[in-house]
Design a protein around this ligand. Structure first.
Ligand SMILES: [Zn+2]
Length: 145
């Protein structure tokens, strides 16, 4: 298989939790070789990790790339820095505050930084529930590890 063909397949594999961002833009795909894809799960202990690997497997199988192995590596650990600019933009449009440890939490609805964490547990174990004090809209935010 050509690496470009494998990348093309992976570009079409969306994160099961965030259907607007591909596993490539999330930075999950670390390396592609003609016979192997290396992925690093986003959040350790996150229940969607298995789903992501299974989905990639199914998509590769669907186009006949059955000989391409999927290898999972935990080192170096995934960080939110690996999310591409396109991925961050898609998250913003989807209403999820892109994770950025260096910056304040910005409301994806109105852009205000007057925000507060409501709960460590959002709609999924990987997200926290936040609320904007300016427009009062709740939103999800990735937990930064
Ligand atoms: Zn707001």
């Amino acid at each position: 298989m050509s690496e470009a063909a494998i990348w093309a397949v992976l570009e079409g594999v969306m994160d099961p939790e965030i259907p607007v961002v591909s596993v490539v833009d999330l930075g999950i795909v670390r390396d592609v070789k003609p016979d192997q894809v290396t992925i690093t799960p986003t959040y350790s202990g996150c229940p969607v990790t298995d789903v992501i690997e299974r989905t990639i497997r199914e998509e590769l199988d669907a186009v006949g790339f059955r000989d391409v192995a999927i290898k999972t590596t935990l080192s170096p650990p995934w960080t939110t820095d690996w999310i591409s600019e396109r991925g961050k933009e898609a998250l913003r449009r989807y209403g999820i505050a892109p994770p950025d440890l260096a910056q304040e939490v910005v409301c994806p609805q109105c852009g205000s930084t007057d925000t507060e964490e409501v709960s460590r547990f959002g709609s999924t174990p990987c997200k926290a529930q936040w609320r904007c004090k300016a427009c009062l809209e709740p939103f999800d935010r990735f937990k930064c590890h």
